[in-house]
Design a protein around this ligand. Structure first.
Ligand code: NAD
Length: 500
Protein backbone atom coordinates (compact mmCIF):
# COMPACT_ATOMS: atom_id res chain seq x y z
CA UNK A 1 0.00 0.00 0.00
CA UNK A 2 1.37 3.42 -0.87
CA UNK A 3 0.87 6.70 0.82
CA UNK A 4 1.79 10.23 -0.14
CA UNK A 5 4.30 11.38 2.37
CA UNK A 6 4.71 15.14 2.35
CA UNK A 7 8.13 15.91 3.72
CA UNK A 8 7.63 19.63 3.70
CA UNK A 9 5.26 22.09 2.14
CA UNK A 10 7.48 22.00 -0.93
CA UNK A 11 8.49 18.42 -1.65
CA UNK A 12 6.26 15.36 -1.91
CA UNK A 13 7.65 11.82 -1.98
CA UNK A 14 5.70 8.63 -2.64
CA UNK A 15 6.56 5.81 -0.26
CA UNK A 16 5.18 2.50 0.91
CA UNK A 17 4.75 1.92 4.63
CA UNK A 18 7.59 -0.61 4.53
CA UNK A 19 10.88 -0.21 2.67
CA UNK A 20 12.17 -3.06 0.49
CA UNK A 21 13.81 -5.87 2.39
CA UNK A 22 16.73 -8.04 1.30
CA UNK A 23 19.39 -10.29 2.79
CA UNK A 24 22.61 -8.28 3.07
CA UNK A 25 25.85 -9.69 1.66
CA UNK A 26 28.82 -10.36 3.90
CA UNK A 27 30.17 -6.90 4.64
CA UNK A 28 33.93 -7.38 4.80
CA UNK A 29 37.01 -7.29 2.61
CA UNK A 30 37.52 -10.12 0.14
CA UNK A 31 41.20 -10.99 -0.24
CA UNK A 32 42.71 -14.18 -1.69
CA UNK A 33 39.32 -15.88 -1.61
CA UNK A 34 38.75 -15.09 2.07
CA UNK A 35 36.33 -12.69 3.75
CA UNK A 36 38.29 -10.53 6.21
CA UNK A 37 37.71 -7.83 8.83
CA UNK A 38 39.86 -4.69 8.87
CA UNK A 39 43.15 -4.76 10.74
CA UNK A 40 42.18 -1.46 12.40
CA UNK A 41 38.63 -2.49 13.31
CA UNK A 42 37.33 0.77 11.78
CA UNK A 43 33.97 0.71 10.05
CA UNK A 44 31.70 3.01 8.04
CA UNK A 45 27.93 3.06 7.69
CA UNK A 46 26.06 2.46 4.46
CA UNK A 47 22.95 4.65 4.31
CA UNK A 48 19.60 4.29 2.51
CA UNK A 49 19.33 7.65 0.69
CA UNK A 50 15.53 7.38 0.39
CA UNK A 51 15.12 7.38 4.18
CA UNK A 52 18.47 8.40 5.66
CA UNK A 53 18.62 5.20 7.73
CA UNK A 54 21.61 2.88 8.15
CA UNK A 55 21.51 -0.27 5.99
CA UNK A 56 24.81 -1.93 6.87
CA UNK A 57 28.21 -1.44 8.45
CA UNK A 58 31.30 -2.09 6.34
CA UNK A 59 34.94 -2.29 7.49
CA UNK A 60 37.22 0.55 6.44
CA UNK A 61 40.46 -0.76 5.04
CA UNK A 62 43.87 0.83 4.90
CA UNK A 63 47.36 0.24 3.56
CA UNK A 64 47.58 -3.21 5.23
CA UNK A 65 44.55 -4.54 3.32
CA UNK A 66 45.78 -3.00 0.07
CA UNK A 67 49.20 -4.66 0.52
CA UNK A 68 47.58 -8.03 1.21
CA UNK A 69 45.22 -7.71 -1.75
CA UNK A 70 47.98 -6.71 -4.19
CA UNK A 71 50.14 -9.61 -2.97
CA UNK A 72 47.23 -12.04 -3.51
CA UNK A 73 46.56 -10.65 -6.98
CA UNK A 74 50.27 -10.90 -7.90
CA UNK A 75 50.42 -14.50 -6.75
CA UNK A 76 47.31 -15.41 -8.76
CA UNK A 77 48.39 -13.54 -11.91
CA UNK A 78 50.60 -16.16 -13.66
CA UNK A 79 48.04 -18.95 -13.32
CA UNK A 80 45.13 -16.82 -14.53
CA UNK A 81 47.16 -15.38 -17.43
CA UNK A 82 48.20 -18.87 -18.52
CA UNK A 83 44.63 -20.02 -19.09
CA UNK A 84 43.29 -20.07 -22.63
CA UNK A 85 40.77 -17.44 -23.74
CA UNK A 86 38.17 -20.22 -24.00
CA UNK A 87 38.79 -21.17 -20.40
CA UNK A 88 38.53 -17.63 -19.10
CA UNK A 89 35.43 -17.03 -21.24
CA UNK A 90 33.75 -19.99 -19.57
CA UNK A 91 34.52 -18.46 -16.17
CA UNK A 92 33.05 -15.11 -17.25
CA UNK A 93 29.95 -16.81 -18.60
CA UNK A 94 29.55 -18.67 -15.29
CA UNK A 95 29.78 -15.32 -13.51
CA UNK A 96 27.15 -13.85 -15.86
CA UNK A 97 24.92 -16.84 -15.08
CA UNK A 98 25.39 -16.35 -11.33
CA UNK A 99 24.47 -12.66 -11.68
CA UNK A 100 21.38 -13.58 -13.66
CA UNK A 101 20.26 -16.11 -11.06
CA UNK A 102 20.77 -13.43 -8.40
CA UNK A 103 19.14 -10.64 -10.41
CA UNK A 104 16.32 -9.84 -7.98
CA UNK A 105 18.59 -9.62 -4.96
CA UNK A 106 21.13 -7.48 -6.80
CA UNK A 107 18.35 -5.15 -7.96
CA UNK A 108 17.01 -4.81 -4.43
CA UNK A 109 20.45 -4.14 -2.98
CA UNK A 110 21.07 -1.45 -5.59
CA UNK A 111 17.59 0.00 -5.00
CA UNK A 112 18.16 0.25 -1.25
CA UNK A 113 21.73 1.51 -1.44
CA UNK A 114 21.09 4.11 -4.19
CA UNK A 115 17.31 4.72 -4.00
CA UNK A 116 17.03 3.81 -7.69
CA UNK A 117 13.61 3.16 -9.23
CA UNK A 118 12.85 -0.30 -10.71
CA UNK A 119 13.54 0.76 -14.32
CA UNK A 120 17.07 1.84 -13.42
CA UNK A 121 17.96 -1.22 -11.33
CA UNK A 122 16.67 -3.51 -14.11
CA UNK A 123 18.85 -1.75 -16.66
CA UNK A 124 21.88 -1.70 -14.34
CA UNK A 125 21.83 -5.41 -13.55
CA UNK A 126 20.92 -6.55 -17.07
CA UNK A 127 23.64 -4.38 -18.59
CA UNK A 128 26.18 -5.75 -16.11
CA UNK A 129 25.26 -9.31 -17.12
CA UNK A 130 25.49 -8.40 -20.80
CA UNK A 131 28.95 -6.89 -20.29
CA UNK A 132 30.31 -10.17 -18.92
CA UNK A 133 28.69 -12.10 -21.76
CA UNK A 134 29.96 -9.74 -24.43
CA UNK A 135 33.54 -9.68 -23.14
CA UNK A 136 33.57 -13.49 -22.89
CA UNK A 137 32.81 -13.69 -26.63
CA UNK A 138 34.80 -10.68 -27.83
CA UNK A 139 37.91 -11.83 -25.96
CA UNK A 140 38.00 -15.01 -28.03
CA UNK A 141 37.91 -13.22 -31.36
CA UNK A 142 40.34 -10.33 -31.12
CA UNK A 143 41.89 -9.07 -34.31
CA UNK A 144 45.43 -7.84 -34.67
CA UNK A 145 47.94 -7.20 -37.45
CA UNK A 146 48.79 -10.32 -39.40
CA UNK A 147 52.03 -12.09 -38.71
CA UNK A 148 54.46 -11.64 -41.56
CA UNK A 149 58.04 -11.37 -42.71
CA UNK A 150 58.80 -7.63 -42.61
CA UNK A 151 62.57 -8.32 -42.47
CA UNK A 152 64.12 -11.05 -44.55
CA UNK A 153 64.07 -14.42 -42.76
CA UNK A 154 62.36 -12.98 -39.71
CA UNK A 155 58.69 -13.60 -39.00
CA UNK A 156 57.09 -10.98 -36.81
CA UNK A 157 53.99 -11.58 -34.76
CA UNK A 158 52.09 -9.79 -32.06
CA UNK A 159 51.42 -11.42 -28.72
CA UNK A 160 48.62 -9.80 -26.74
CA UNK A 161 49.33 -10.15 -23.04
CA UNK A 162 47.60 -9.12 -19.83
CA UNK A 163 49.11 -6.15 -17.99
CA UNK A 164 49.28 -8.04 -14.68
CA UNK A 165 47.56 -6.64 -11.59
CA UNK A 166 45.03 -3.87 -12.15
CA UNK A 167 43.79 -1.56 -9.40
CA UNK A 168 40.17 -0.49 -9.92
CA UNK A 169 38.24 2.30 -8.20
CA UNK A 170 34.50 2.68 -8.82
CA UNK A 171 31.88 5.38 -8.15
CA UNK A 172 28.48 5.37 -6.44
CA UNK A 173 26.16 6.22 -9.32
CA UNK A 174 26.18 2.78 -11.03
CA UNK A 175 27.94 0.63 -8.44
CA UNK A 176 27.51 -2.82 -10.03
CA UNK A 177 27.55 -1.69 -13.65
CA UNK A 178 30.79 0.29 -13.36
CA UNK A 179 32.43 -2.73 -11.73
CA UNK A 180 31.24 -4.92 -14.63
CA UNK A 181 32.52 -2.45 -17.24
CA UNK A 182 36.02 -2.65 -15.76
CA UNK A 183 36.14 -6.17 -14.42
CA UNK A 184 34.82 -8.10 -17.43
CA UNK A 185 37.38 -6.95 -20.06
CA UNK A 186 40.29 -6.90 -17.60
CA UNK A 187 39.61 -10.46 -16.41
CA UNK A 188 38.95 -11.70 -19.93
CA UNK A 189 42.42 -10.70 -21.13
CA UNK A 190 44.03 -12.38 -18.12
CA UNK A 191 44.63 -9.72 -15.47
CA UNK A 192 44.04 -10.09 -11.76
CA UNK A 193 42.28 -7.36 -9.83
CA UNK A 194 42.25 -5.30 -6.65
CA UNK A 195 38.98 -3.37 -6.55
CA UNK A 196 37.84 -0.57 -4.27
CA UNK A 197 34.12 0.17 -4.52
CA UNK A 198 32.73 3.56 -3.54
CA UNK A 199 32.53 3.71 0.24
CA UNK A 200 28.97 5.01 -0.21
CA UNK A 201 27.68 2.06 -2.26
CA UNK A 202 29.64 -1.16 -1.65
CA UNK A 203 26.70 -3.59 -1.32
CA UNK A 204 26.34 -5.02 -4.84
CA UNK A 205 30.12 -5.25 -5.19
CA UNK A 206 30.23 -7.28 -1.97
CA UNK A 207 27.44 -9.49 -3.26
CA UNK A 208 29.44 -9.95 -6.47
CA UNK A 209 32.37 -11.15 -4.34
CA UNK A 210 30.11 -13.81 -2.80
CA UNK A 211 28.90 -14.88 -6.24
CA UNK A 212 32.44 -14.97 -7.67
CA UNK A 213 33.70 -17.10 -4.79
CA UNK A 214 34.11 -20.60 -6.20
CA UNK A 215 33.87 -19.34 -9.80
CA UNK A 216 37.06 -17.26 -9.87
CA UNK A 217 40.23 -18.80 -8.41
CA UNK A 218 41.38 -17.21 -5.11
CA UNK A 219 43.33 -13.99 -5.59
CA UNK A 220 42.00 -13.24 -9.09
CA UNK A 221 39.48 -10.75 -7.69
CA UNK A 222 40.20 -8.94 -4.41
CA UNK A 223 38.01 -6.27 -2.85
CA UNK A 224 39.14 -3.71 -0.29
CA UNK A 225 36.57 -1.34 1.22
CA UNK A 226 37.38 2.16 2.33
CA UNK A 227 37.63 5.79 1.41
CA UNK A 228 39.29 7.34 -1.61
CA UNK A 229 41.81 9.21 0.48
CA UNK A 230 43.08 6.05 2.23
CA UNK A 231 42.41 2.88 0.22
CA UNK A 232 42.03 4.66 -3.15
CA UNK A 233 45.25 6.61 -2.66
CA UNK A 234 47.17 3.57 -1.34
CA UNK A 235 45.98 1.42 -4.23
CA UNK A 236 46.78 3.93 -6.95
CA UNK A 237 50.26 4.57 -5.54
CA UNK A 238 51.06 0.89 -4.90
CA UNK A 239 54.25 -0.28 -6.64
CA UNK A 240 52.73 -3.74 -7.13
CA UNK A 241 50.03 -2.70 -9.63
CA UNK A 242 50.47 -2.48 -13.39
CA UNK A 243 47.56 -0.13 -14.13
CA UNK A 244 45.02 1.92 -12.19
CA UNK A 245 41.51 2.28 -13.59
CA UNK A 246 39.12 4.84 -12.11
CA UNK A 247 35.58 5.96 -12.79
CA UNK A 248 34.94 9.09 -10.77
CA UNK A 249 35.37 12.83 -10.56
CA UNK A 250 38.05 14.89 -12.29
CA UNK A 251 39.68 15.61 -8.92
CA UNK A 252 40.03 11.92 -8.12
CA UNK A 253 41.28 11.37 -11.69
CA UNK A 254 44.07 13.90 -11.23
CA UNK A 255 45.20 12.24 -7.97
CA UNK A 256 45.13 8.77 -9.43
CA UNK A 257 46.91 9.81 -12.64
CA UNK A 258 49.59 11.56 -10.56
CA UNK A 259 50.20 8.41 -8.54
CA UNK A 260 50.31 6.33 -11.73
CA UNK A 261 52.82 8.74 -13.27
CA UNK A 262 55.13 8.32 -10.26
CA UNK A 263 54.98 4.53 -10.72
CA UNK A 264 55.20 4.83 -14.52
CA UNK A 265 52.11 2.71 -15.05
CA UNK A 266 49.11 3.62 -17.22
CA UNK A 267 45.94 5.14 -15.81
CA UNK A 268 42.52 4.43 -17.31
CA UNK A 269 40.16 7.29 -16.45
CA UNK A 270 36.41 7.68 -16.94
CA UNK A 271 35.62 11.03 -15.36
CA UNK A 272 32.83 13.58 -15.32
CA UNK A 273 30.70 15.02 -18.09
CA UNK A 274 28.54 17.96 -19.10
CA UNK A 275 26.53 16.86 -22.10
CA UNK A 276 25.10 19.48 -24.43
CA UNK A 277 21.92 18.81 -26.39
CA UNK A 278 22.23 20.94 -29.53
CA UNK A 279 18.76 21.53 -30.98
CA UNK A 280 18.58 22.78 -34.58
CA UNK A 281 15.67 24.79 -35.99
CA UNK A 282 14.31 21.77 -37.91
CA UNK A 283 14.36 19.33 -34.95
CA UNK A 284 11.36 17.24 -33.93
CA UNK A 285 10.61 19.09 -30.69
CA UNK A 286 8.45 16.33 -29.20
CA UNK A 287 11.34 13.93 -29.69
CA UNK A 288 13.77 16.37 -28.07
CA UNK A 289 11.50 16.95 -25.06
CA UNK A 290 10.93 13.23 -24.49
CA UNK A 291 14.65 12.50 -24.82
CA UNK A 292 15.72 15.30 -22.47
CA UNK A 293 13.12 14.22 -19.91
CA UNK A 294 14.46 10.66 -20.00
CA UNK A 295 18.21 11.14 -20.51
CA UNK A 296 18.45 14.29 -18.39
CA UNK A 297 16.80 12.66 -15.38
CA UNK A 298 17.81 8.99 -15.66
CA UNK A 299 19.17 7.94 -12.27
CA UNK A 300 18.01 11.34 -10.93
CA UNK A 301 20.51 13.02 -13.27
CA UNK A 302 23.40 11.40 -11.37
CA UNK A 303 24.77 10.23 -14.67
CA UNK A 304 28.02 11.33 -16.29
CA UNK A 305 26.36 11.43 -19.73
CA UNK A 306 23.11 13.12 -18.59
CA UNK A 307 21.42 15.34 -21.19
CA UNK A 308 21.73 18.25 -18.79
CA UNK A 309 22.43 21.28 -21.00
CA UNK A 310 19.94 22.16 -23.75
CA UNK A 311 21.23 24.60 -26.38
CA UNK A 312 18.11 25.54 -28.33
CA UNK A 313 18.06 27.57 -31.53
CA UNK A 314 16.38 30.92 -30.89
CA UNK A 315 13.57 30.20 -33.36
CA UNK A 316 12.28 27.12 -31.50
CA UNK A 317 13.44 27.81 -27.95
CA UNK A 318 10.10 28.95 -26.56
CA UNK A 319 8.09 26.04 -27.97
CA UNK A 320 10.77 23.53 -26.93
CA UNK A 321 11.01 24.92 -23.41
CA UNK A 322 7.28 24.48 -22.90
CA UNK A 323 7.43 20.88 -24.10
CA UNK A 324 10.43 20.03 -21.90
CA UNK A 325 8.79 21.51 -18.81
CA UNK A 326 5.58 19.56 -19.51
CA UNK A 327 7.48 16.29 -19.99
CA UNK A 328 9.64 16.72 -16.88
CA UNK A 329 6.68 17.80 -14.73
CA UNK A 330 5.26 14.27 -15.15
CA UNK A 331 7.91 12.83 -12.81
CA UNK A 332 7.05 12.00 -9.19
CA UNK A 333 9.68 11.61 -6.49
CA UNK A 334 9.39 8.11 -5.05
CA UNK A 335 11.20 5.67 -2.80
CA UNK A 336 12.38 2.57 -4.70
CA UNK A 337 9.59 0.27 -3.47
CA UNK A 338 7.12 2.30 -5.61
CA UNK A 339 6.86 0.43 -8.90
CA UNK A 340 5.40 3.08 -11.19
CA UNK A 341 6.51 4.70 -14.42
CA UNK A 342 7.98 8.18 -14.28
CA UNK A 343 9.43 8.08 -10.79
CA UNK A 344 12.70 9.67 -9.69
CA UNK A 345 14.76 8.53 -6.73
CA UNK A 346 16.71 10.51 -4.13
CA UNK A 347 20.15 12.10 -4.21
CA UNK A 348 22.80 9.63 -3.09
CA UNK A 349 23.95 11.22 0.19
CA UNK A 350 23.71 14.39 2.23
CA UNK A 351 26.98 15.93 1.04
CA UNK A 352 25.98 15.52 -2.58
CA UNK A 353 22.46 16.83 -1.87
CA UNK A 354 24.09 19.98 -0.48
CA UNK A 355 26.34 20.30 -3.56
CA UNK A 356 23.39 20.07 -5.96
CA UNK A 357 21.22 22.49 -3.95
CA UNK A 358 24.13 24.94 -3.76
CA UNK A 359 24.58 24.78 -7.55
CA UNK A 360 20.85 25.45 -8.11
CA UNK A 361 20.69 28.28 -5.57
CA UNK A 362 23.82 29.93 -6.95
CA UNK A 363 22.42 29.83 -10.51
CA UNK A 364 19.14 31.33 -9.30
CA UNK A 365 21.03 34.05 -7.41
CA UNK A 366 22.83 34.89 -10.67
CA UNK A 367 19.50 35.33 -12.42
CA UNK A 368 18.52 31.87 -13.71
CA UNK A 369 14.75 31.53 -14.12
CA UNK A 370 13.20 28.55 -12.36
CA UNK A 371 10.81 26.87 -14.81
CA UNK A 372 10.28 23.82 -12.63
CA UNK A 373 11.41 22.43 -9.26
CA UNK A 374 14.50 23.83 -7.56
CA UNK A 375 13.25 22.76 -4.12
CA UNK A 376 14.81 20.14 -1.90
CA UNK A 377 14.23 18.40 1.41
CA UNK A 378 16.70 16.39 3.45
CA UNK A 379 14.57 15.74 6.52
CA UNK A 380 13.99 12.06 5.61
CA UNK A 381 16.37 11.02 2.86
CA UNK A 382 17.77 13.47 0.32
CA UNK A 383 15.25 14.70 -2.22
CA UNK A 384 15.39 17.33 -4.93
CA UNK A 385 12.53 18.02 -7.30
CA UNK A 386 13.20 17.64 -11.02
CA UNK A 387 14.47 21.07 -11.94
CA UNK A 388 14.49 23.01 -15.21
CA UNK A 389 16.28 26.35 -15.32
CA UNK A 390 16.46 28.95 -18.09
CA UNK A 391 19.96 30.40 -17.95
CA UNK A 392 21.85 33.22 -19.62
CA UNK A 393 24.75 32.65 -22.00
CA UNK A 394 27.94 31.98 -20.09
CA UNK A 395 26.34 31.12 -16.76
CA UNK A 396 28.78 28.79 -14.92
CA UNK A 397 26.08 26.15 -14.38
CA UNK A 398 26.20 25.51 -18.15
CA UNK A 399 29.81 24.44 -17.94
CA UNK A 400 30.12 22.68 -14.57
CA UNK A 401 28.90 19.20 -13.74
CA UNK A 402 25.93 19.36 -11.33
CA UNK A 403 25.25 15.58 -11.29
CA UNK A 404 21.66 15.88 -10.15
CA UNK A 405 18.09 16.31 -11.47
CA UNK A 406 18.82 19.64 -13.13
CA UNK A 407 18.50 20.56 -16.81
CA UNK A 408 19.39 24.04 -18.04
CA UNK A 409 18.08 25.65 -21.21
CA UNK A 410 19.86 28.41 -23.12
CA UNK A 411 19.58 29.73 -26.65
CA UNK A 412 21.89 30.34 -29.61
CA UNK A 413 21.43 32.13 -32.95
CA UNK A 414 24.06 30.86 -35.42
CA UNK A 415 24.99 27.22 -35.88
CA UNK A 416 28.68 28.03 -35.41
CA UNK A 417 27.86 29.74 -32.10
CA UNK A 418 25.87 26.67 -30.97
CA UNK A 419 28.81 24.37 -31.71
CA UNK A 420 31.35 26.69 -30.07
CA UNK A 421 29.25 26.95 -26.92
CA UNK A 422 28.64 23.18 -26.80
CA UNK A 423 32.41 22.67 -26.94
CA UNK A 424 33.34 25.37 -24.41
CA UNK A 425 33.05 23.08 -21.38
CA UNK A 426 36.20 21.33 -20.11
CA UNK A 427 34.34 18.02 -20.31
CA UNK A 428 34.11 15.91 -23.46
CA UNK A 429 32.18 12.73 -22.67
CA UNK A 430 28.95 12.78 -24.65
CA UNK A 431 26.75 15.19 -26.63
CA UNK A 432 23.69 15.08 -28.84
CA UNK A 433 22.37 16.86 -31.91
CA UNK A 434 18.73 17.06 -32.94
CA UNK A 435 18.02 17.77 -36.61
CA UNK A 436 16.10 16.12 -39.44
CA UNK A 437 18.84 16.92 -41.96
CA UNK A 438 21.47 14.22 -42.39
CA UNK A 439 24.18 16.56 -43.69
CA UNK A 440 23.71 18.92 -40.75
CA UNK A 441 23.75 15.93 -38.38
CA UNK A 442 27.02 14.61 -39.76
CA UNK A 443 28.85 17.93 -39.88
CA UNK A 444 27.77 18.88 -36.35
CA UNK A 445 28.62 15.42 -35.00
CA UNK A 446 32.13 15.81 -36.42
CA UNK A 447 32.50 19.31 -34.98
CA UNK A 448 31.52 18.28 -31.44
CA UNK A 449 34.51 17.49 -29.22
CA UNK A 450 33.00 14.59 -27.31
CA UNK A 451 33.82 10.87 -27.08
CA UNK A 452 30.33 9.90 -28.17
CA UNK A 453 27.84 11.94 -30.16
CA UNK A 454 24.19 10.94 -30.52
CA UNK A 455 21.93 12.15 -33.32
CA UNK A 456 18.22 12.41 -32.50
CA UNK A 457 18.79 10.39 -29.35
CA UNK A 458 20.91 10.63 -26.18
CA UNK A 459 22.64 8.04 -23.99
CA UNK A 460 22.71 5.25 -26.57
CA UNK A 461 25.13 2.86 -24.87
CA UNK A 462 25.41 -0.49 -26.64
CA UNK A 463 27.93 -2.86 -25.09
CA UNK A 464 29.57 -3.24 -28.52
CA UNK A 465 30.55 0.45 -28.75
CA UNK A 466 33.31 2.28 -26.84
CA UNK A 467 32.46 4.70 -24.03
CA UNK A 468 35.23 7.16 -23.36
CA UNK A 469 35.75 10.82 -22.81
CA UNK A 470 37.88 13.56 -24.34
CA UNK A 471 39.46 16.49 -22.49
CA UNK A 472 38.80 16.44 -18.72
CA UNK A 473 36.40 13.52 -19.08
CA UNK A 474 39.46 11.29 -19.09
CA UNK A 475 41.01 8.69 -21.36
CA UNK A 476 40.64 4.97 -21.80
CA UNK A 477 37.76 3.05 -23.31
CA UNK A 478 35.06 1.15 -21.41
CA UNK A 479 32.81 -1.31 -23.26
CA UNK A 480 33.48 -2.73 -26.78
CA UNK A 481 36.49 -4.69 -27.96
CA UNK A 482 38.59 -1.55 -27.43
CA UNK A 483 38.36 -2.13 -23.67
CA UNK A 484 40.11 -5.46 -24.21
CA UNK A 485 42.93 -3.55 -25.93
CA UNK A 486 43.14 -1.02 -23.11
CA UNK A 487 43.53 -3.69 -20.43
CA UNK A 488 46.23 -5.59 -22.31
CA UNK A 489 49.59 -4.95 -23.98
CA UNK A 490 51.14 -5.93 -27.28
CA UNK A 491 54.46 -7.68 -27.52
CA UNK A 492 56.33 -7.95 -30.81
CA UNK A 493 57.85 -11.36 -31.22
CA UNK A 494 60.47 -11.62 -34.01
CA UNK A 495 61.48 -15.14 -35.01
CA UNK A 496 64.59 -15.68 -37.12
CA UNK A 497 63.94 -18.67 -39.36
CA UNK A 498 66.96 -18.41 -41.65
CA UNK A 499 68.26 -21.91 -42.42
CA UNK A 500 71.95 -21.99 -41.65
P1 NAD B 1 34.50 10.44 -6.68
O1 NAD B 1 35.62 10.89 -7.52
O2 NAD B 1 34.21 11.17 -5.42
O3 NAD B 1 34.74 8.93 -6.24
C1 NAD B 1 34.93 7.89 -7.19
C2 NAD B 1 35.77 6.82 -6.56
O4 NAD B 1 37.08 7.35 -6.40
C3 NAD B 1 35.30 6.42 -5.16
O5 NAD B 1 35.51 5.03 -4.98
C4 NAD B 1 36.19 7.23 -4.24
O6 NAD B 1 36.37 6.65 -2.98
C5 NAD B 1 37.48 7.24 -5.04
N1 NAD B 1 38.37 8.38 -4.77
C6 NAD B 1 38.02 9.66 -4.46
N2 NAD B 1 39.13 10.40 -4.33
C7 NAD B 1 40.20 9.61 -4.55
C8 NAD B 1 41.61 9.80 -4.56
N3 NAD B 1 42.15 10.97 -4.30
N4 NAD B 1 42.40 8.75 -4.86
C9 NAD B 1 41.87 7.55 -5.16
N5 NAD B 1 40.54 7.29 -5.14
C10 NAD B 1 39.71 8.31 -4.86
O7 NAD B 1 33.25 10.33 -7.63
P2 NAD B 1 31.77 9.89 -7.23
O8 NAD B 1 31.18 11.07 -6.54
O9 NAD B 1 31.75 8.56 -6.57
O10 NAD B 1 31.14 9.68 -8.68
C11 NAD B 1 30.67 10.73 -9.41
C12 NAD B 1 31.68 11.14 -10.48
O11 NAD B 1 31.98 10.03 -11.30
C13 NAD B 1 31.10 12.20 -11.39
O12 NAD B 1 32.06 13.17 -11.69
C14 NAD B 1 30.73 11.40 -12.64
O13 NAD B 1 30.66 12.15 -13.81
C15 NAD B 1 31.82 10.38 -12.67
N6 NAD B 1 31.38 9.22 -13.48
C16 NAD B 1 31.93 9.05 -14.72
C17 NAD B 1 31.53 7.97 -15.52
C18 NAD B 1 32.13 7.75 -16.89
O14 NAD B 1 31.90 6.70 -17.47
N7 NAD B 1 32.89 8.68 -17.44
C19 NAD B 1 30.60 7.06 -15.03
C20 NAD B 1 30.06 7.26 -13.76
C21 NAD B 1 30.48 8.34 -12.99
Amino acid sequence: MTEQNTLSAAVTVLRAEQPLTVEMPRCDHYIDGRHLESATGETSEVVDPARGTVLATVPRGGAAEVDAAVAAARAAAPGWAARTPKDRAEVLLALAEALRDDRDRLRTLEALNCGKPPAVTADDVDSAIDTFRFMAGAGRSTTTVAAGDYVEDITSMILREPLGVIGMITPWNYPLLMVAWKLAPALMVGNTIVLKPSEVTPLTTLRLAELADGILPPGVLNIVNGSGSTVGAALSAHPGIDMIALTGSVGAGRSVAGAAAANVVPAHLELGGKAPVLVCPDADLDQVAATVAEAGFWNTGQECGAACRVLAHDSIAEALTEKIVTAVAAYRLAAPEIDQDDTLGPIIYRGHYERVMTAIDAAVDRGAEVLLGARGDDSEGYWIEPTVLKVATGDPISLEEVFGPVVTIETYREESEGVARANETDYGLTASVFTRDVATALSLAKALDFGSVNVNTHLALPTEMPWSGFKHSGYGRDLSAYALDDYSRTKHLALNHART
